[in-house]
Design a protein. Structure first.
Length: 359
């Protein structure tokens, strides 16, 4: 289709842009600076997003975004006719926008065929083998250097097409919205919690091999309570996370405030923004905490903190110095869903990190 054309984007002719990020919640949130940069460089341009439906709250209300288009993964379970109809409606909606630029931030194959169907003047995506892929985009970004943070890797798409990125552009933006802020205020107030006077723990993860142990979290909660801090615990309303949260509660002599399963994603952001400190693993709530500017203690096991660490907020990363194999990227040691580099982290190291930020 396009072939490889070396010219840069003419900002004056950039009227509508589509940024595609088909990944999980944290990945989508870390793409937020791409929208901010596009809007600063081309303030006259309408910038849209295309994401999976469940991740849309990460970008809805972003001040630089005009429209958030979504793909519902449940379409596949509704039969071919229903899925085809939904896909056709989405395609017609996107076509009606007449995009000048398409920035595809992953190697998802949908980006290539969308590029061919929407026919933007400029299109950028990561390098990937195959003529179908390389022929779909005008620009391809080379693989990111090792240990380059995901925020920077996302912004490389704009650098590749000649758009300048400033330091101010790199802030990750999440807007909870008035309704979420009111709900968080009401819920925290019900427990007598004041702004910046409590510690927020989100011990669970979508992938439990990224989670510390129940016993360790219970001991950390007790130590923080002994120092006079109320502790709030949250988890997603899914069975495995609810079960882990309940187990932590059962191990606590003085149970913390349990908001497990009670917050939407926007409300979670609003609640974390009010905390004095956030503690959790490599998960979406950790990225939300960083976006809200809340000091963060992040526990890392098999994932690479140089790529996924808290972005631009005061933080401490606690990771094993006894396991040279990390970060391995595996779903637990030997694929067994338990990461020894994480499960063996001493409580006192995490507590020290908390105390440093609390001070």
């Amino acid at each position: 289709m396009h072939g490889k054309i070396a010219h840069c984007v003419d900002v004056a002719q950039l009227h509508r842009a589509l940024v595609i990020k088909l990944r999980h919640h944290g990945d989508v949130l870390l793409s937020a600076p791409v929208f901010s940069t596009l809007k600063r460089v081309a303030p006259h341009c309408e910038v849209d997003a295309l994401v999976y439906a469940e991740t849309a709250p990460m970008l809805v209300d972003h001040p630089a975004i005009t429209q958030v288009h979504t793909i519902d993964r449940a379409w596949k379970s509704r039969g071919l006719a229903a899925q085809g109809s939904a896909e056709w409606r989405l395609l017609n909606t996107l076509r009606a926008r007449h995009y000048d630029l398409l920035a595809h931030l992953t190697e998802h194959p949908r980006g290539a065929w969308l590029c061919r169907l929407l026919k933007p003047r400029w299109a950028v995506a990561p390098q990937r083998s195959g003529r179908l892929w390389s022929g779909s985009f005008t620009h391809l970004t080379p693989p990111a250097p090792a240990h380059r943070h995901t925020v920077e890797s996302n912004l490389d798409a704009l650098r590749r097409i000649g758009l300048p990125v400033t330091d101010a552009d790199k802030r990750v933006c999440l807007v909870p919205g008035a309704a979420a802020e009111a709900r968080a205020h009401e819920l925290l107030g019900r427990h007598g919690l004041h702004d910046r006077a409590f510690i927020h723990l989100h011990p669970t993860s979508r992938w439990m091999f990224k989670a510390w142990t129940v016993e360790s979290y219970a001991r950390l909660i007790a130590a923080l309570q002994e120092r006079g801090f109320p502790v709030v615990v949250t988890a997603a309303p899914v069975p495995n996370e609810m079960a882990m949260s309940a187990a932590i509660m059962a191990h606590c002599q003085t149970p913390p405030i349990d908001l497990t399963g009670q917050l939407t994603l926007k409300e979670l952001g609003a609640a974390i923004a009010k905390a004095r400190l956030f503690v959790g693993g490599d998960s979406m709530p950790m990225h939300i905490a960083a976006a809200m500017g809340t000091p963060t203690v992040a526990l890392f096991g098999p994932s690479d903190d140089s790529l996924w660490g808290p972005w631009r907020t005061p933080h401490r990363i606690v990771a094993s110095d006894r396991h040279p194999c990390r970060p391995c990227g595996l779903d637990g040691c030997g694929g067994g869903k338990i990461s020894e580099c994480l499960s063996t982290l001493p409580v006192d190291r995490v507590l020290t990190a908390c105390e440093e930020l609390l001070a």
